[in-house]
Design a protein around this ligand. Structure first.
Ligand SMILES: *Cc1c(COP(=O)(O)O)cnc(C)c1O
Length: 414
């Protein structure tokens, strides 16, 4: 168990949350771990780890197949996880497709658009702050179909240029695919406005919610968004699982992604009929244990309350930005009005990876580099950044250690 620490000044109860994460209780390089790489992946609470262990020790079995007891147990746990995730994002369970993660979910939609929607001369809109996984799939299909990829520019503050976005909307655009939260800058995009502007012209919208799910309440029906993708491992769940939310009409319209078992109704060599959505998109044995783990992760977030998480992280982000501002020579990449707790910066002439290595020696985990957003780094003329990204279990002491660590690193590199 964790050593007793001083109560956090922003939220004393956060210590109880930290105690649920075994990995946070260790030292790294002789120092208590300060984990500030939540944008890359989050840590897992005991309840998630336990749910996965229970599956393998008590009812491991394949889903949707057997009449035997264990298979029925596995199937109902797998489907219960789907219900849990659906409720978490304000969707119906038949609108939630289990995928490997955000990347897989975006590729599923891209494949469907390639086969059923996109024609030569059509356009797809993305933005200048997208993760590579919301760039490359569209690039691939645009190239193949002779369609054009249009990019909403990013302002100096790291926000979307909404005037430019408006001017890109026209009858040739078949989809707007944009991130809710920038993984590099923490910018929270005006998704409501984006969706309503696109819908005014009959254009569907896909939201990349990889960086939103653990930090911001998601209500897909209220948003009226057409597709939404997220990854379990950035939401306190395991790797290898995520979801694609799609409006039922869209999931009906798109062709299957992969063929195989579980996604069919009837197979003959002449013709195969597909299972109803969402199973139409879940060919083969799925990541059963991981789905169950994701269900437990969602239950864990619900226990804390996503609104509480959002409010606390907002305070902690403000604390962090103010504290880092005191570091001489610091330059933030991304200073959006609406932001979440991914904070990117450079200090003086130091190289981000040198700073990252020196922070690691002090037990502080941050990410350095381009964060899978090379076009965004090019936009700012930088090779990459140092990124500290927060989750609900971070505390002001983590931030204090980060600031001290950065100062130390800069002195050593100076
Ligand atoms: C991490 C991330 C992705 C990709 O998620 P995977 O889990 O690697 O599939 C996509 N978009 C954003 C904004 C991300 O942060």
């Amino acid at each position: 168990m964790g050593t007793a620490t001083a109560q956090d000044i922003l939220w004393p109860e956060v210590e109880l949350i930290r105690n649920e994460f075994p990995i946070l209780q260790q030292t790294v390089n002789g120092r208590p771990l300060v984990y500030l790489d939540n944008g890359a992946t989050t840590q897992k609470p005991v309840s998630v780890i336990r749910s996965m262990q229970e599956y393998y020790t008590q009812y491991n079995s394949n889903v949707h197949r057997g009449v035997h007891t264990l298979s029925q147990q596995a199937t109902s746990a797998y489907e219960a996880a789907r219900h849990a995730v659906a409720a978490f994002i304000g969707a119906h369970h038949h609108e939630v497709v289990f995928t490997k993660g955000t990347t897989d979910a975006i590729n599923l939609v891209a494949n469907g658009f390639r086969k059923a929607i996109l024609k030569e001369g059509d356009e797809i809109i993305i933005s200048g702050m997208e993760h590579h996984s919301n760039i490359v799939p569209w690039q691939l299909i645009c190239e193949e179909k002779g369609a054009k990829l249009k990019v909403v520019p990013v302002t100096d503050k790291g926000e979307l240029d909404m005037d430019a976005f408006r001017s890109l909307l026209n009858g040739r655009v078949k989809l707007v695919s944009i991130t809710w939260v920038s993984n590099t800058m923490g910018t929270v995009n005006p998704v409501k406005e984006i969706i309503s502007l696109a819908h005014e012209q009959g254009i569907p919208v896909l939201l990349d919610a990889a960086q939103a799910a653990a930090h911001i309440p998601i209500k897909v029906h209220e948003l009226d968004v057409d597709f939404l993708a997220l990854s379990g491992h950035k939401l306190f769940g395991p790797t290898g699982i995520g979801i694609l939310y799609g409006k039922e009409s869209w999931l009906e319209k798109l062709p299957p992604y992969q063929g195989g078992g579980d996604m069919i109704k009837q197979v003959t060599f002449d013709k195969t009929t597909y299972a109803d959505v969402p199973l139409k998109f879940e060919a083969g044995t799925p990541a059963i244990c991981e789905a169950i783990g994701l269900g437990a992760a969602v239950a864990w977030v619900n226990k804390i309350g996503i609104h509480k998480i959002q409010a606390y992280e907002h305070q902690l982000t403000e604390y962090a930005v103010a504290a880092l501002k005191q570091v001489e020579g610091i330059r933030f990449i991304g200073e959006a009005r609406h932001r979440s707790g991914a904070i990117s910066f450079l200090v003086g002439d130091t190289h981000p990876s040198d700073v990252g290595v020196l922070l690691d020696q002090q037990g502080i985990a941050v990410r350095t580099g381009h964060h899978c957003t090379q076009p965004l780094c090019d936009r700012f003329g930088i090779p990459g950044t140092v990124r500290a990204s927060l989750a609900v279990y971070n505390i002001t002491a983590d931030i204090d250690k980060l600031v001290e660590g950065v100062r130390k690193a800069v002195t050593l590199l100076g």
